[in-house]
Write a protein that binds this ligand. Structure first.
Ligand code: DMJ
Length: 467
């Protein structure tokens, strides 16, 4: 089906009032929600996006991001790469915010220039910028967005010129110089969807070949138990940290193995994913009396090292659900929700045995919302709507400022931090909106989301063109 037609403007049919019940403490309500209630919640999410976008426009227009407490602009590097507009554009298109999408697109078309003499982190730039440009191109047909994506992809290609083929962490967008030999599976293996889609659309297979080789080289270094660690040197190919887990640093490597198999029909990805998920469920899954969690283990021995779960790990129910393992997905999302309710909003790291916050930061992360959206799509269980309602309520209560939304430096004190990451626009609000909006808003089965929630069309992705 045509993705352009699968997005629709949803203003009609929304009721004016917003119905929010009190926050559940342990288990989400299983009471059904009416279409009018869902529509009201979707509309509220859209209003919150507009609120944050207007703050960005007023205080940080043309910069990467807004600092929502000091009302100052923030740029990641010496020159702005318009991180917020690029990341937010397809969310605004999904929400039918045509005027705002047009102003973002105009800014990008006129001002975004990758010919900058500065080092950028290739993982972040790939998932946010390349992913955002490609999905927005697919939704709008704006060829300038594709030209920018192609230009960016070409400038970043030197990252793969290491002795192993695994990418360096940073590249200078003007000179092509690279640096950063200490990397991890997430940063090495999570370039494949964006580079694969770029290869497919531009007809330049080199993009896919380079990203795929990086992933294969990483896979060659799996332990005999089938696990990967969280630190590796891309020049020597030696592990620098042998802790295995699904946490940040590894997370989207696993996500991309499965999604590469789905999006490109790639048989290597499918085989490697199947081998990895077996090892993950054998050594990392941790069934406790209170539910299912995933912790850390030594990649060589399989011995449990720590029992940490956190906001980033909460992407995994979505991956399990996408893989058809609904049972584990449901149980893990229940645990994630328990973690969210422990302090009223989720911490970045939580010890699920001691039931203690280990790192109390909350940078407005999306993963738990993403998983609720997937699970509602697959099960239609209203408890995921109730979860979403809790997430929205907590965000408004603890993070909203007069210019947007602020990260929390500690979920226990609810002290705000002067940061509003672009993934709040790209992911958190998009998944929250899609959870409540009619399924026809976005045809779930016609796309695959990259790890920054940028939807990529499945129909364009034929294996022959990207091999
Ligand atoms: C996002 O940039 C991506 O989802 C990434 O895979 C992990 N971290 C953030 C959001 O938490």
């Amino acid at each position: 089906m045509n993705l352009h037609r699968s997005f629709c403007y949803l203003a009609l049919g929304f009721v004016a009032s917003c119905v929010l019940s009190s926050t559940p403490v342990h288990a989400a309500s299983t009471a059904p929600m009416t279409d009018a209630q869902k529509a009201a919640l979707a509309r509220q999410v859209r209003e919150e996006l507009l609120h944050a976008w207007n703050g960005y426009k007023q205080y940080a227009w043309g910069h990467d991001a807004l600092k929502p407490l000091s009302k100052q602009p923030h740029d990641w590097y010496e020159h702005s790469l318009l991180m917020t507009p690029v990341d937010a554009l397809d969310t605004m298109l999904v929400m039918g915010l045509t005027e705002q999408a047009d102003e973002a697109r105009k800014l990008i078309d006129e001002k975004l220039d990758f010919d900058q003499d500065m080092y950028v982190k290739d993982f972040e730039i790939t998932i946010r910028m390349l992913g955002g440009l490609l999905s927005s191109y697919q939704m709008t047909g704006d060829k300038r967005l594709l030209a920018l994506a192609d230009d960016l992809g070409r400038r970043m290609l030197p990252i793969f010129d290491s002795p192993t083929g695994m990418p360096y962490e940073y590249v200078n967008l003007h000179t092509g110089a690279v640096k950063g030999v200490e990397s991890n599976p997430a940063e090495i293996g999570s370039l494949l969807l964006e580079y694969g889609m770029l290869a497919r659309i531009t007809g330049k297979p080199i993009y896919y070949e380079k990203a795929k080789r990086a992933m294969i080289e990483l896979d060659k270094r799996r332990s005999k138990l089938g696990l990967v660690g969280v630190g590796i040197n891309v020049e020597t190919g030696k592990w620098t940290n042998g802790t295995a887990g699904i946490m940040g640093g590894i997370d989207s490597y696993y996500e991309y193995l499965l999604k590469c198999a789905i999006l490109f029909g790639d048989k290597d990805c499918e085989r490697i994913w199947k081998e990895n998920i077996a090892a993950i469920n054998k050594y990392l899954a941790d069934q406790r009396p209170d539910g299912l969690w995933y912790g850390q283990a030594n990649m060589e021995t399989g011995q449990r090292t720590t029992t940490y779960y956190g906001a980033l790990d909460a992407f995994f129910p979505a991956v399990l659900a996408l893989d058809g393992d609904r049972d584990r997905a449901v149980r893990l999302e229940d645990s994630s929700y328990r973690m969210w309710n422990f302090a009223g909003i989720e911490p970045d790291r939580f010890d699920y045995v001691k039931m203690q916050v280990v790192n109390g930061e909350y940078p407005l992360r999306p993963e738990i919302v993403e998983s609720a959206y997937y699970l509602y799509h697959y099960t239609h269980d209203p408890k995921y709507l109730a979860m979403g309602q809790t997430f929205l309520e907590s965000l408004v209560k603890y993070c909203r400022t007069d210019t947007g939304f602020a990260a929390l430096s500690d979920v226990r004190t609810k002290k705000k931090d002067d940061s509003m990451e672009s993934f709040f626009f790209a992911e958190t609000l998009k998944y929250l909106y899609l959870l409540f909006a009619p399924p026809s808003t976005l045809d779930f089965d016609a796309i695959v989301f990259n790890t920054e929630a940028h939807p990529m069309k499945r129909s364009l992705a034929t294996p022959a063109a990207v091999r």
